[in-house]
Write a protein that binds this ligand. Structure first.
Ligand code: SAM
Length: 247
């Protein structure tokens, strides 16, 4: 099994086909645009879909990600030279350098251990200017979205830029202690199958609020979906968190 869709160049291509621009990107772009010409950090920028749009909107953008294959794909995209790309995690961030920080497409859930999440938030607090804004998404465990990650409900067809069509599905392998492990299957036209496994942390709203307070953030709002719905009322099943670095 090849692990980690963000580390394997083949799977990075599949990721881009699977994750086109969405309502979440519209939301995070509009959050950044509340501060015109801001210094924006995209932590866990992946292949740079939103990162590049933030730069095109006039912001000064830094994209940080530990996955080299994803960053290589981002750097190869049009106008990539407008963004500062850094391979690494929050540890590499400079002090008081950003007005806005975003972690999108559930990067927060990739950071599974409590101590690592606390460290990430502390680094973000340090990297933001006082009153700087933090926005991120994390799936609401009460929505139990992983129950649809089964071979029937998750089956999908992905069209790659080179014309190939990939059949894909996902299956959950374990649900335990707020962690959900899964495997994505990708079957290429020549019958070659790539597997990509992962584990995501599903934090409760209380856990998110406690971790943000401990790191020195004030929560402005937590929405339940991309239309600004209250938590628990949207089919999106999200926590969309908007917080602010305390002075
Ligand atoms: C689902 S992808 C989202 C990528 C991008 N934000 C997007 O919207 O397409 C999750 C990303 O989180 C990155 N990641 C994993 N652990 C991380 C960490 N500790 N700090 C920053 N990014 C991390 C992965 O490498 C991956 O690129």
């Amino acid at each position: 099994m090849r692990r980690g869709e963000f580390l394997d160049p083949h799977l990075v291509t599949v990721y881009d086909a699977e994750c086109p621009w969405g309502r979440d990107d519209d939301f995070f772009l509009s959050v950044a645009n509340e501060s015109p010409r801001a210094r924006v950090l995209d932590l866990g920028c992946g292949t740079g879909r939103l990162t590049l749009a933030l730069a095109a909107a006039g912001h000064t953008v830094t994209g940080v990600d530990p996955a080299r294959a994803s960053l290589d794909a981002a750097r190869a995209k049009p106008a990539a030279d407008r963004v500062t790309w850094i391979e690494g995690t929050s540890r590499v961030l400079p002090d008081r350098a950003f007005d806005v920080a975003v972690l999108t497409s559930h990067v927060a859930q990739e950071i599974r251990a409590d101590d690592k999440w606390a460290r990430t938030l502390a680094d973000l607090r340090r990297a933001l200017v006082p009153d700087g804004r933090l926005a991120f998404d994390s799936r609401d465990p009460a929505a139990r979205r992983w129950e649809r990650w089964n071979p029937r409900d998750s089956r999908r067809r992905l069209a790659l830029p080179d014309g190939r069509v990939v059949d894909a599905w996902t299956e959950v392998t374990e649900v335990r202690d707020g962690l959900v492990s899964f495997v994505h299957h990708y079957v290429f036209p020549d019958a070659d199958e790539l597997l990509s496994s992962g584990t995501l942390r599903f934090r409760t709203e209380e856990e998110l609020r406690a971790s943000l307070a401990a790191a020195g953030f004030t929560v402005d709002r937590i929405h339940g979906g991309w239309g600004g719905e209250p938590v628990g009322t949207s089919a999106d099943g999200e926590f969309v968190v908007l917080a602010r670095a305390q002075d």
